[in-house]
Design a protein around this ligand. Structure first.
Ligand code: ADE
Length: 362
């Protein structure tokens, strides 16, 4: 079932943002960091991604001036960077409802038909993890996106056939962790393709200050910087850490999160100075100790760590690559000198000529 939100905001008895919280898994359901009231509802409240915001604001303004739905939009980027939030902002700014679901939740064509036929003019259908749609579901999405039509089954047995059904004009917003996971025909049916990048420490610090204020435990600039700096470039993590630091600060009888509170709490939580958590360090240590620093193929690494390959690739690796702890070489993943130094290991050899992300999939 999709969660539907109306353009006039939340129902009067719900806290702000409550109605827009998706029910289904994926980006938003993954943890409680985006609890009611925290998630920004408007471009003006959204911190960071300045270039993306500028473009999307133009596309929204232009669509509104033409009185048309926004074009189908594909958002890609690592988990936790705000794809769901941005989809909700797009709907809010367009003044339409959003229906939220995810690739794995659309188990068959009937489920998709249910979502599509529930749309009214201009609505946004948000499909998180859109790369996880089954091929048959994906195929029925093509005619919906292109011609505003789906074929509905009618009759049974030898009289079974399909009947075309005209849909209300709508906007599909799809989110994926990597566009390479999407089939070319689906990718090509989106007219807007935009990526969301990791946030700067300064942006995360602002997000922490906003969230801490909304949670009723303000953070000093130094306190917010400390949390922001250790949040792996990811707002969802910044918000989660802010909640946990607030717990420590509250129990210590503080009225405000200071740098020392953040330091203390994050150390207790096992988040190190660079923002790496226990699993990040386990990944780097496994490559160092069991594969002599690499290169190592992703399957071998996943087996060694007993972690699913997808989780390593989608959740952990992008940040380790972006911060230069790991490189992808033609023969697999390899730790860098920066990673060795961070873990207090001897310098070791420089990595082989690092290939760009996604160049090879070893
Ligand atoms: N919470 C999560 N992402 C955010 C963002 N980009 N700006 C403000 N608050 C957020």
């Amino acid at each position: 079932m999709a969660r539907v939100r109306h353009d006039d905001g939340d129902p009067p008895d719900a806290p702000p943002g409550a109605a827009s919280r998706p029910l289904l898994g994926g980006e938003a359901g993954a943890d409680d960091a985006e609890a009611p009231g925290i998630r920004p509802q408007r471009f003006a409240e959204y911190i960071g991604q300045a270039a993306l915001k500028r473009k999307l604001e133009v596309f929204v303004t232009a669509a509104r001036q033409r009185r048309e739905p926004l074009d189908h939009t594909l958002l890609h980027g690592p988990p936790g960077l705000g794809k769901t939030t941005m989809a909700q902002i797009l709907a809010h700014e367009m003044g339409v409802r959003i229906h939220v679901t995810s690739g794995p939740a659309i188990e068959h064509k009937g489920v998709l038909a249910g979502h599509l036929t529930a749309l009214t003019e201009g609505d946004v259908l948000f499909i998180d993890e859109i790369h996880r749609l089954s091929p048959t579901v994906e195929e029925s999405l093509y005619s919906a996106m292109e011609d505003g039509r789906i074929d509905l089954p009618v009759g049974e047995g030898s009289r079974a056939r399909t009947m075309p059904f005209s849909l209300a004009p709508f906007t599909l917003v799809g989110a994926t962790t990597r566009t390479a996971l999407l089939s070319a025909p689906l990718r090509e049916r989106f007219q807007i393709h935009e990526g969301i990048d990791f946030y700067s420490d300064a942006e995360l610090s602002q997000i922490v200050q906003r969230t801490a204020g909304l949670l009723g435990m303000p953070a000093s600039a130094d306190g917010a910087n400390e949390i922001g700096r250790r949040s792996r470039g990811t707002p969802r993590i910044a918000n989660r850490l802010t909640r946990r630091v607030r717990d420590f600060a509250q129990v210590r009888g503080r009225e405000r999160i200071e740098a020392e509170d953040a330091h203390y709490a994050l150390d207790q939580l096992g988040i190190d100075e660079a923002g790496l958590d226990g699993i990040d360090r386990r990944i780097l240590e496994a490559i160092l100790d069991q594969f002599e620093g690499g290169p190592v193929g992703i399957e071998a690494l996943a087996a060694t760590l007993s972690e699913p390959r997808d989780t390593l690739e989608d959740v952990y690796e992008p940040f380790l690559l972006q911060r230069g702890f790991l490189v992808r070489t033609p023969r697999g993943r390899q730790v860098t000198r920066k990673a060795r130094a961070h873990l207090g290991r001897p310098a070791g050899p420089a990595p082989e000529g690092g290939a760009g992300q996604g160049e090879l999939d070893l």
